[in-house]
Design a protein around this ligand. Structure first.
Ligand code: ZN
Ligand code: ZN
Length: 147
């Protein structure tokens, strides 16, 4: 997923300020790192990309960014936690998760399909009196490299 970088930083700063937090250099760098990556990334992978950021400060920044709704965790099919920028910053999307290697990728479906999906979910939940306001849909399967 891509988003205009200036827009992402602006939104991140606004959300942190709402939490009484400052957009420090370390937090900015973490957001920049995540927004520049084509796929979802684990903490060890992030640290490998930015060796000068210590692991403890990276974890602390990630926790704050998550609490402020800037970053979200994605649970895959393995026990590794992956991170990405929240949908509020990069837009609505879905994940494909490989059951073999654990690779997680973003994908989008056309607006018409999103609409069909929303109505189907609404219908399915109507009898329970549940009113959907959104959805998270991850698709599990086998990626091109593992197939
Ligand atoms: Zn795979
Ligand atoms: Zn969707």
């Amino acid at each position: 997923m891509t988003a205009e970088p200036g827009e992402v930083h602006h939104e991140a700063e606004r959300r942190l300020r709402d939490q009484g937090l400052i957009y420090t250099g370390g937090r900015r760098e973490t957001v920049e790192l995540l927004s520049g990556l084509a796929r979802l990334t684990t903490m060890p992978e992030l640290i490998e990309l930015r060796p000068k950021l210590t692991q403890s400060s990276m974890y602390r920044n990630m926790t704050d960014l998550e609490a402020a709704g800037i970053v979200q965790k994605v649970i895959g099919t393995d026990d590794r936690t992956r991170y990405e920028l929240a949908e509020a910053l990069i837009g609505h999307h879905h994940h494909s998760i490989c059951v073999h290697c654990g690779k997680v990728d973003d994908f989008v479906v056309p607006p018409a399909t999103e609409h069909t999906l929303e109505s189907a979910l609404s219908d399915a939940l109507a009898s329970a009196g549940f009113r959907p306001t959104g959805h998270r849909l991850d698709v599990v399967g086998v990626c091109a490299a593992c197939d």
